[in-house]
Design a protein around this ligand. Sequence first.
Ligand code: MN
Length: 137
Amino acid sequence: MSTPSQEDYLEAIWVLIDQKGYARVTDLAEYLKVSPASVSKMVRRLNGDGLLTYERYRGFSFTPHGRKMGRLLYARHQILERLLTHLRMGSADEVHATVEGIEHHFDARRLDQIEQLVTYIDAHPVWWDQYLDSSKS
Ligand code: MN
């Protein structure tokens, strides 16, 4: 299994803060299935990059730029999950795992194209069902 990237950390911090109102090193380690030492190392790196503020004993939070990045990375993940779910590419867990593998390759412009398609599918459910029926071998 590959090491969670900086993007995965920012996305995970966004999710944790959204769910619980805060994110701690231990929460993040559990969520990303990595060691607390790895989390601390990345938190310091993200702090150095201006994406998190970090205070010893008080933990960390987003800078405005980090918060914006986290929100965009989470939105990217969700758009790709919607596409794979429409394509019936497995259970929710399987879709999540697949998106974890591919999401880093979609820049904003490519993501816009995917989002337009997903929005079109949502607006044309009959058309999409017909497509799915026709694509079954
Ligand atoms: Mn993700």
